[in-house]
Design a protein around this ligand. Structure first.
Ligand SMILES: [Zn+2]
Length: 281
């Protein structure tokens, strides 16, 4: 599942191609045909990411705001494909296709979107309402972490589950939560409210660090290179990129104890019995 870093990265990369451009829009699959017709021929004024949501501010062909925004949530399986040259034909499941309208001799950039949970058109107040339901986003430089701290102080549920609550902190998915808790040396089963304010702020700061790294590279690499005897994060072998996520039965990079996994509610989590002092181990 794409986590927040992927969404912000899409926003940054697509801004380069689309903002200020007129675009053709259509729905090869047909399920977004009416929406695409409303967007077709308009101008993309801005692209914003918050948590796992994307908002494309739309303009008329001369760039005047229309008061409409394309809203996308990739969900578990949503995927963008971008082509800067002549694109292949869209697959059957392509809900939305966008293509920049260029001069005669340029192919334009084409973006196909398939498998997304949400593709719709919203108004500015609806964008605000969606933002209002989300917790602070570690990739938003103006985010207020005190809202995250306050949310954690109120929750009795395990910190491992609280971190996935998009109303408390937005953009964290299954990989980051497991890795952040390892890096913090915290047992995911600890009730969120039992953490000290410093521990909660530590999780926030680490989320900022890790998501920024992920946004830049497009990959989730959480291991400190020294822990695996390397000098840099670049080109780490697969098993050395993460501490715990999907590493059950493999030795911990720090202490050698085999990593364990378990499934509270619905999402499987991984941890090191020694480094995180797992009560269940
Ligand atoms: Zn360990």
């Amino acid at each position: 599942m794409p986590e927040g870093h992927t969404i912000h990265r899409h926003a940054r990369l697509q801004r380069r191609h689309l903002v200020g451009k007129r675009v053709a829009a259509w729905s090869p699959q047909g399920r977004f045909a009416d929406g695409a017709a409303r967007l077709d021929g308009g101008t993309v004024r801005d692209i914003r990411a918050v948590g796992k949501h994307l908002f494309y501010e739309w303009g008329t062909s001369d760039g005047t705001a229309t008061g409409e925004l394309l809203h996308i949530h990739l969900g578990l399986f949503g995927k963008f494909r971008t082509f800067v040259d002549e694109p292949p034909a869209p697959t059957e499941g392509t809900r939305l296709a966008l293509r920049t309208i260029e001069g005669e001799d340029a192919a334009g950039t084409t973006i196909y979107l398939a498998g997304a949970t949400v593709v719709d058109i919203v108004s500015p107040p609806e964008e605000e309402a969606i933002r209002g339901r989300l917790g602070p986003d570690p990739l938003d430089r103006k985010a207020d972490p005190s809202r995250f701290v306050a949310a954690m102080r109120r929750r009795r549920l395990p910190i491992g589950e609280a971190l996935l609550d998009q109303k408390a902190i937005s953009g964290i998915g299954n990989v980051y939560r497991a890795e952040m808790l390892f890096r913090a040396g915290l047992d995911p089963d600890t009730p969120a409210a039992d953490l000290t304010e410093d521990q909660v702020m530590g999780l926030w700061d680490d989320a900022v660090t890790l998501l920024r790294l992920g946004e830049k590279s497009g990959r989730i690499v959480t291991v400190e290179p020294a822990d695996v005897g390397r000098r840099s994060r670049g080109r780490l072998p697969r098993d050395e990129q993460r501490y715990v996520y999907k590493r059950h039965d493999r030795p911990c990079h720090r202490c050698g104890t085999p990593i364990v996994m378990w499934t509270p509610r619905s999402r499987t989590i991984w941890g090191c019995p020694t480094c995180q002092g797992l009560a269940r181990a």
